[in-house]
Design a protein around this ligand. Structure first.
Ligand code: CA
Length: 155
């Protein structure tokens, strides 16, 4: 039972790809916000509502996805991040993981694989949420950044 559709933030400046991602994620039942720049992504992330996962392109007009991901993690935001990189080099993949990304895909990629990987990130996150929190804090929501995890209500 999952009455609340997962919410995704897609940060991608290539219009065609962005539109295709939005359409396909929505067909899968996700609620999708789009950002074509790091700045726009930052604005959306500052709004109170949280995302369940972020799809993050590396090459953005005003920053790299690496920078954005690093800033997120430094700010205490641990939303799962899947990076999209056009550069198929080990170095970039390592950099992505080092700045705190959870997964990556190299462009061009198969849409079905991206959808499967996002599903896997969300599944892992829901497992983590189900793990018992330390006894003393069991009833208290865990807060970081703008987000709160309520272990009782699994939100
Ligand atoms: Ca790009």
């Amino acid at each position: 039972m999952n009455p609340v559709p997962p919410r995704l933030l897609v940060v991608e400046d290539e219009q065609h790809l962005a539109a295709g991602l939005k359409l396909n994620f929505e067909l899968e039942g996700y609620v999708v916000d789009m950002a074509a720049s790091a700045r726009k992504a930052g604005e959306l992330l500052l709004q109170a509502r949280g995302y369940d996962a972020i799809i993050l392109d590396v090459m953005l007009p005003d920053a790299t996805g690496f920078e954005l991901c690093r800033r997120l993690r430094e700010g205490g935001n641990y939303t799962p991040v899947l990076m999209l990189t056009a550069m198929d080099s080990t170095e970039d993949r390592v950099t992505g993981l080092e700045v705190g990304a959870d997964d990556y895909m190299v462009k061009p990629f198969e849409l079905s694989e991206l959808l499967a990987r996002v599903k896997s990130l969300l599944r892992r996150r829901s497992w983590e949420r189900r793990q018992p929190v330390r006894e003393t804090a069991a009833a208290e929501p865990i807060r970081f950044g703008g987000a709160a995890i309520d272990s009782e209500r699994q939100e």
